[in-house]
Design a protein around this ligand. Structure first.
Ligand code: MOS
Length: 749
């Protein structure tokens, strides 16, 4: 068997994807389907005073136009941050109040997409306007209530730590709004057959969507199926139950026919969640040997007027380095936007840009090598909670990446390295991502023909999860990966967690592992009762499954497949349930209700984090000030790597996006009109091959028996964390300029 865990297995679904054979949510077209289109508010705040749909209705092909008065009613769920499945707690088209620009005010249903769009253009809405603002209301920044314990944390005495220090960095770093633009746009297709409802939508959590829809429309969960077989880019944008999905489902019920809404690129900027802008204030103090004597991080993140979005950067930064005196505060500041949400490493990207820039500034003040500063502050136990890390290979990552990168060639002083007209700089930064594990189930069937089927309500959000789940089962059952078929992305399958927070491989993967062991156990119980096989009469408790082989006492063994073939049924099925021993009952209950219940990253006994180190070379042109990143090296340790090819791609993709965050990505804001200026993907700058020359990804061996039975930590988000700081630090080394506001452009250097 060559395609085992920890080898580079090519995704078996890849060929089907590139040949267009795979069906994404919007590829399903139930017969008689109509098309929806949103009409959105041009004003930021105020009231909808009148809405005239007569011209729209007269448009050929238009079936109907729903407004807040006519849209079929449903019970609006709470938003995610208020403990519900919604992406926001404010549901548009439930009244006349306008709370953000681009808020849906009408829903057009037509025979085809063009007619729907024409109809939408003919809807005449009038408004009374009040002032709106998109600038964060920092004067009224607040610590969100209810989570005060976690959102304000103090250990020791930061003032004293600063007073006794040899060097202090006291700086503020800022990060901008970023909007999701996955290749596969947001869509919903709703098909009612009486009280039975099928919803196709690209989703990172079909169970969350099903639970929310069932509650909203007063249906049993068995009456709703949510399908998301393939996802063309998620990164947090398809994590919950968005209002546009609910509007589509309600409209389909109203017209008595299937309805599809494909959200336009323009509307994707206002009807969905995004990465909020943030302010990261750091005070770091250290003694002459570099040891931190004080650590203070105050994060102010943007949120909407109606939801308290806590993606807590301070929880992660305070987990990084040893320090006796720590103070962190998680604050929010409101502005008039839709509710922000998740985007790949939803707080770590922003907060580690700040932390790892500040660490570099501290190293410079101390005249220390930045790598050494991380080394003297490395810790085996959580700086606040005191529990040990389940595994922590941060410095091993620094050692590996600095070596391959050639960090020793770096000369210390800024502007000291040049190549013709290019100023050359080297910079580094820490990556980390919390390991959280969610409960999951999986069903595994094995057939005497030497094949198996794995089923679970997890998702392949473009990561290769189909192949990875297949690999786990293949290795446990002793089959080739090709012989294992995996079904995911349906809410009718055994429960699996949201594909967010980098939990899928570790959590859903562990359920597949457990299901395989259970399946083997059942086969063993049957085979020991039969005559004439190596395990006849053996105590089943004495038999172990090792990569497809049943090993009994005294060297008695047989392959699992042979054992299965020997059983009268010749096939077997098992349901596996996985839950981390430190998962609370409440967290378990939350997941089974479709929510996000996890153990970690800090449990009663351990802190669970994945780590990495990134090294970047930048070149800044002396005359044009053009900034280039010709080389980036990252070394990562994240427990067991299940598939070295897909993992490599995830980490590389994260690093490239990190460079995009550093140099390109920025939703532009019209502050005078309080709205986002960007409206499409064409002007969305991202790094391309010409920008990224060498991306070196190393995956270190790391064994962690605490995180889960597979020893897997998440890697989906790890790669983006710290990259922007590494670029900032390299720019400083090249030019002597310290850039503290993302993204960095020509004018900044
Ligand atoms: Mo990820 S931002 O948790 O989908």
């Amino acid at each position: 068997m060559t395609e085992t865990i920890n080898t580079p297995v090519t995704r078996y679904e890849a060929l089907r994807k590139v040949t267009g054979e795979t069906k994404y949510a919007a590829d399903f077209m139930p017969a008689g389907m109509f098309f929806g289109e949103l009409v959105v508010s041009p004003i930021v705040r105020g009231q909808l005073t009148a809405i005239d749909i007569r011209e729209a209705l007269a448009e050929p092909g238009v079936i109907t136009v729903y407004t807040h008065e006519t849209m079929p009613k449903y019970e609006t769920p709470k938003g995610f941050y208020a403990g519900g499945p919604g992406t926001a707690s404010f549901w548009p088209m439930t009244g006349t109040e306008i709370k953000y620009a681009g808020q849906p005010v009408a829903f057009v249903v037509a025979e085809n997409a063009a007619a729907a769009r024409r109809g939408a253009q003919r809807v005449k809405a009038t408004y009374s306007k009040t002032a709106g603002r998109i600038e964060m209301d920092t004067a009224n920044a607040f610590v969100p209530v209810g989570k005060k314990d976690d959102n304000v944390v103090t250990k020791g005495d930061v003032k004293a730590g600063i007073a006794s220090a040899a060097a202090v960095v006291d700086e503020t770093y800022t990060t901008p709004f970023q909007h999701h633009n996955p290749m596969e746009m947001f869509s919903t297709t709703a098909h009612w057959r009486g009280e039975q409802l099928t919803v196709w939508m690209p989703s990172q959590s079909v169970r969350t969507a099903r639970a929310g829809v069932a509650t909203a429309f007063k249906l049993a969960e068995t009456q709703v199926e949510v399908l998301s077989p393939f996802v063309g880019g998620a990164f947090g944008s398809k994590a919950g139950l968005p209002p546009y999905a609910m509007l589509t489902i309600a409209a389909a019920r109203g017209v008595g026919a299937p309805v599809r809404l494909m959200v336009s690129r323009e509307h994707m900027y206002t009807v969905a969640a995004f990465r909020p802008e943030s302010i990261q204030k750091f005070r770091l103090a250290a003694s002459r040997d570099g040891r931190l004597t004080a650590f203070e991080h105050i994060e102010i993140a943007q949120t909407s007027q109606f939801d308290d979005v806590v993606n807590p950067g301070t929880h992660m930064t305070r987990s990084m380095y040893a320090c006796p005196n720590i103070h962190t505060e998680q604050r929010l500041a409101r502005s008039d936007t839709n509710t922000p949400g998740f985007m790949r490493a939803p707080n770590e990207m922003q907060s580690f840009f700040g932390l790892e820039s500040a660490m570099d500034e501290l190293a410079i003040k101390l005249k220390m090598d930045p790598v050494e500063l991380r080394r003297v502050n490395d810790t085996r136990s959580h700086p606040v909670k005191g529990v040990p890390f389940s595994s922590r290979s941060l410095m091993a990552c620094y050692d590996a990446a600095s070596k391959s990168f050639g960090w020793e060639r770096r000369t210390g002083a800024p502007k000291s390295m040049t190549d013709g007209d290019w100023l050359v700089g080297y910079g580094c930064a820490t990556s980390t991502y919390p390991t959280a594990v969610a409960p999951s189930e999986a069903r595994v069937r094995m057939y005497g023909a030497g094949t198996a089927v794995v089923e679970l309500a997890a998702h392949d959000v473009g990561t290769g999860a189909y192949t990875i789940m297949g690999q786990i089962a293949a290795q446990r059952l002793g089959l080739p990966v090709k012989a294992v078929e995996v079904f995911m992305g349906s809410s009718d399958l055994p429960i699996a967690p949201i594909s967010g927070g980098s939990v899928t491989s570790a959590s859903a993967g562990s359920a597949v592992h457990v299901a395989c062991l259970k399946l083997a156990d059942e086969i063993v119980r049957s085979v020991v009762t039969l005559k004439d096989n190596p395990l006849s009469g053996v105590d089943p408790a004495q038999v172990k499954l090792v990569d497809g082989t049943l090993q009994g006492p005294g060297g008695k063994s047989m392959s699992l497949l042979d054992a299965l073939k020997a059983t009268p049924r010749g096939e077997a099925v098992a349901n596996g349930q996985y839950a981390h021993p430190e998962l609370t009952e409440q967290a378990l209950r939350i997941t089974y209700k479709g929510g996000y219940g996890v153990a970690g990253p800090v449990t009663k006994t351990h802190a669970m984090f994945a780590f990495g180190a990134q090294f970047v070379e930048v070149r800044v042109h002396r005359w044009t000030h053009e900034i280039r990143v010709p080389r980036i090296h990252g070394a990562f340790a994240a427990g067991t790597i299940l598939n070295r090819k897909t993992a490599h791609s995830q980490l590389m993709g994260g690093m490239i996006w990190g460079i995009g965050s550093a140099l390109h990505e920025h939703t532009l804001v019209d502050h005078a009109r309080a709205r986002f200026l960007n409206t499409d993907i064409a002007e969305y700058l991202i790094p391309v091959n010409a920008d990224i020359a060498e991306v070196n990804v190393q995956m270190l061996d790391e064994r962690d028996d605490f995180v889960n039975p597979l020893g897997v930590k998440g890697i989906g988000e790890l790669g983006i964390v710290g990259t922007a700081a590494a670029v900032a630090n390299a720019i400083h080394h090249a030019t002597g300029k310290r850039l503290r506001a993302l993204p960095f452009t020509l004018k900044d250097v």
